[in-house]
Design a protein. Structure first.
Length: 287
């Protein structure tokens, strides 16, 4: 037992360890890769995300709002696959934002052991402060804060680390809150016009863990989801996980897969065995 930065470093460097499997931040994943290079050990990394959730104008609006909320605020946004970037087609953008914000303001935040609570505390004071710094960054860079953006302290919540559901609109691709993983109850809602623009915005990220598409046009939804560079994707849904299916990402969201038979393959080595059944001499070289 000990600090991850110490114990994890030793495990990653050890020549007695054949593989390291890690779930966590991209920065720590990079450190593991460097440490594991000493003996070229295998690594399996499930890292960060900044996952897009694309809402087309032909989607069921209320359903898209339901899963937009669920995608980001489940677990107070402390979910690697959180749908933290919602991309909405311009013709329904204003209506979507209005409905989404109205619902976000009704979310009940508090201790998870109390009835009626939708999400609980941030994991630590340090992480809470990091999230609040991102919120301030979003405001200073010109995003519109639609709701939230502060620590909750009423009704005894000052004894924990709680942040109100936070929604930003009118964001652009160069903003920090759009580019970097926040890992908290903070979402950006961004406008797009065409299918190709939605795909371009969705893929314009260093990450590639998850993504969603909402549309009542099945052909379009499948066409778009195939072009999203992410390892875990959903159509007209967000967040369901099945142990039979591979879980993992592209780009800086990691290497390898967990869950399903693919995860077992990560921990196995392939060996070629040749057996001559008809024993005969090899006369290639002269006697």
């Amino acid at each position: 037992f000990g600090q991850g930065s110490i114990i994890g470093q030793k495990i990653a460097e050890s020549h007695d360890v054949d593989i390291v499997s890690f779930t966590g931040s991209t920065d720590v994943g990079r450190s593991i890769m460097k440490a594991a290079a000493g003996n070229l050990k295998k690594i399996s990394l499930e890292l960060g995300g900044k996952s897009p959730n694309i809402i087309f104008a032909d989607a069921d609006l209320d359903v898209a709002v339901d899963y937009g909320l669920f995608g980001i605020f489940l677990g107070a946004g402390q979910v690697c696959s959180a749908g933290s970037r919602i991309l909405v087609q311009d013709t329904i953008y204003d209506e979507y934002v209005e409905k989404f914000v109205a619902r976000a303001k009704k979310i009940n935040v508090g201790p998870g052991d109390q009835p009626g609570i939708n999400y609980g505390a941030i994991v630590s004071e340090a992480q809470m402060n990091t999230i609040l710094q991102y919120i301030e960054k979003g405001k200073s860079e010109g995003a519109t804060l639609q709701c939230g953006g502060y620590r909750l302290t009423d009704n005894g919540l000052d004894r924990g680390f709680f942040i109100a559901p936070t929604v930003f609109s009118d964001v652009t691709q160069d903003m920090t809150i759009v580019r970097e993983e926040i890992f908290g109850p903070v979402v950006t809602i961004q406008k797009f016009s065409t299918e190709q623009e939605a795909i371009k915005l969705a893929n314009d990220t260093d990450f590639g863990l998850a993504g969603g598409v909402f549309s009542n046009d099945g052909a379009k939804a499948l066409r778009v989801i195939k072009q999203i560079r992410a390892g875990i994707t959903w159509v007209n849904d967000y967040h369901p996980t099945y142990v039979e299916a591979p879980w993992g990402g592209y780009k800086q969201s990691g290497i390898g897969r967990s869950l399903g038979k693919y995860s077992l393959e990560e921990f196995q080595e392939i060996k070629q065995i040749n057996i001559r059944l008809n024993v005969a001499r090899n006369t290639w070289f002269p006697e």
